[in-house]
Write a protein that binds this ligand. Structure first.
Ligand SMILES: [Zn+2]
Length: 447
């Protein structure tokens, strides 16, 4: 039995508009009223709900459709909070949910309220069909909407993991974190995030002699720091292919429009020695590909002296270092130390990220997403993907849940880049594609 997609589309649009109209800019978040709205929507159709309030005005809402228990649960996860807006630079009210030229505008339209609305619709549609067929799903379908994702998750998934891990008991989870990208030539690829890089903080400190700026000193800490950073700018970590990046490039090659890059992808994964190296070198020119091929080093913060006429005894730089799954940050920093040949300069790890296992790119969940995507668009290419950003999926993977990240709305790069930017919007057709994708994947998985 299939939902009546035409009437579903109108309902999805009006739900998403209502969800966007709750201003959940984080900080402060204020997700509780939106959680109450979701609770009413779910409970109103007989879905069991739990509302948890970790702090004033913060909330997590959980809805559960119980299955026969034949299989372990699947979680549909989305966050309710959004990042701030520069109102003056928007042409639409970011909290109105305006519709214009086939797009729905608003903060959160693609991060992450679009998926929140799609997940809500999947729950409602599943429950409605269930009441007609009286055939229970083979596993619980668990809807979770969290607070605070954009500010680290302390009041959201972090809180749930530490206080209520029993609610997160599941075989699979579907979350944000991938992409459905329409590329040059009109082909689409669906990147399903199956692992993510781990984010660490490394501090570079240069030491020198302090003194009056009137007497220049050769060991000035600021010059030493500059030299050290210059040397680091010319260093890159070696290329490291994981099973996920191997599959990513080999499947992406099927649809990639540029002949040179397509060949580079195939050389990288199939070639040996120099051929593979030359493929890696070509792909490394593209920043997003470079970032999945190796551990990444980005200087982000500088600190030094306080006054124009005083030479400080130290100057420092903060680097965000992101490691591929399974790579040791200690080994990376050891190599970075080897690349810096400046007296009086030290490198220290000041914040260690936590490792999380990868999710299998051949699981029932991955296949359910891929099969549904092919049904909706026979020419789509579905690729496992290692994300360079950090999501709540890492926390779930550490609990033993196989989590996958998608952005289920087919979009060109320029639209995807509006995420966290101005005039964020989702194409209406893509919103409907995304709802069908999630519905189809869950239906296959819970049969
Ligand atoms: Zn997000």
């Amino acid at each position: 039995m299939r939902p009546d997609w035409e009437s579903v589309e109108a309902e999805t649009v009006s739900r998403l508009r209502e969800i966007i109209q709750f201003d959940t800019t984080n900080p402060p978040g204020n997700e509780q009223p939106l959680a109450r709205y979701l609770e009413r929507a779910l409970a109103g159709e007989g879905i069991e709900t739990t509302l948890l309030e970790p702090a004033a005005n913060r909330a997590q809402i959980i809805g559960r459709i119980s299955g026969t228990g034949e299989r372990r649960p699947v979680i549909l996860l989305a966050h309710m909070d959004v990042v701030g807006v520069e109102r003056a630079r928007w042409t639409h009210d970011p909290f109105a949910g305006d519709i214009a030229d086939g797009y729905l505008y608003g903060r959160g339209a693609i991060d992450d309220k679009g998926m929140l609305a799609a997940n809500l619709m999947v729950m409602l549609l599943t429950k409605r069909l269930l009441s007609k067929t009286a055939k229970n799903p083979s596993r619980d379908i668990v809807f979770i909407a969290t607070s605070d994702e954009e500010a680290g998750g302390e009041w959201g998934m972090g809180w749930l993991v530490s206080r209520h891990p029993e609610l997160l008991d599941a075989e699979f989870a579907l979350n944000e974190g991938g992409r459905t990208r329409i590329i040059e030539g009109g082909r689409t690829y669906l990147a399903v995030q199956s692992a993510e890089k781990v984010s660490h903080v490394v501090t570079v400190t240069a030491h020198g002699t302090a003194g009056h700026a009137a007497i220049p000193l050769r060991d000035n800490a600021v010059f030493r720091l500059g030299r050290a950073l210059d040397q680091l700018s010319r260093y890159s970590e070696p290329v490291m292919l994981t099973e996920i990046t191997r599959q990513f490039f080999s499947r992406l090659a099927d649809i990639w429009p540029s002949a040179i890059e397509k060949k580079a992808m195939l050389d990288l994964v199939n070639g040996k020695g120099a051929l593979s190296d030359s493929g890696a070198a070509i792909l490394s020119l593209i920043p997003v590909f470079n970032a999945v091929l190796r551990n990444g080093i980005s200087p982000t913060v500088l600190h030094g002296g306080k006054q124009f006429n005083v030479i400080p005894d130290t100057a420092g730089a903060v680097l965000n270092v992101r490691t591929l799954p399974g790579q040791s940050i200690d080994a990376v920093v050891e190599r970075m130390r080897g690349a810096v040949n400046v007296q009086g300069v030290t490198l220290e790890i000041t914040q260690r990220g936590e490792e999380a296992p990868a999710s299998e790119p051949t699981s029932a969940m991955f296949n359910a997403i891929a099969d549904t995507a092919h049904e909706l668009d026979p020419k789509i290419s579905v690729v496992p993907y290692l994300s360079t950003g950090v999501t709540d999926s890492a926390r779930l993977r550490r609990l033993g849940v196989e989590a996958y990240g998608i952005l289920p709305f087919p979009m060109v790069q320029a639209d995807e880049e509006r995420m966290h930017g101005n005039d964020e919007r989702v194409p209406l057709q893509s919103l409907h594609f995304g709802t069908r994708l999630i519905y189809g994947a869950i239906e296959r998985l819970a049969r």
